[in-house]
Design a protein around this ligand. Structure first.
Ligand code: HEM
Length: 66
């Protein structure tokens, strides 16, 4: 998923995530910035979550200019 301009492969992390899987799975393959920023309930993830996230970075989002 894409978050804040970077792309993450979270395959290995998803089974470890503390919420119900159905909260996070629909964001796979999409830009999940807003979902990550709010946990889909208006509260941000911790700085610990940000550190974890960095480990799964595989690239950057490139915008196609028509
Ligand atoms: C993008 C969709 C995501 C959604 C909707 C989401 C939602 C949630 C929810 C509902 C919780 C549990 C309740 C709570 O702590 O308030 C949670 C906790 C947590 N999530 Fe996520 N999450 C997402 C992605 C991620 C990613 C990509 C990571 C890290 C690689 C991550 C790491 C964590 C951690 C470490 C916690 C424990 C609490 C904290 O440290 O903030 N989450 N998330």
């Amino acid at each position: 998923m894409a978050i804040r301009g970077s792309v993450y492969d979270l395959t290995a992390y998803l089974p470890e995530h503390p919420s119900r899987p159905d909260l996070i799975q629909p964001w796979c393959g999409t830009d999940a910035t807003q979902a990550y920023n709010t946990k889909s309930k208006g509260r941000p993830h911790s700085s610990y979550a940000d550190e974890l996230l960095a480990k799964y970075r595989i690239g950057a989002v490139e915008l196609a200019i028509p």
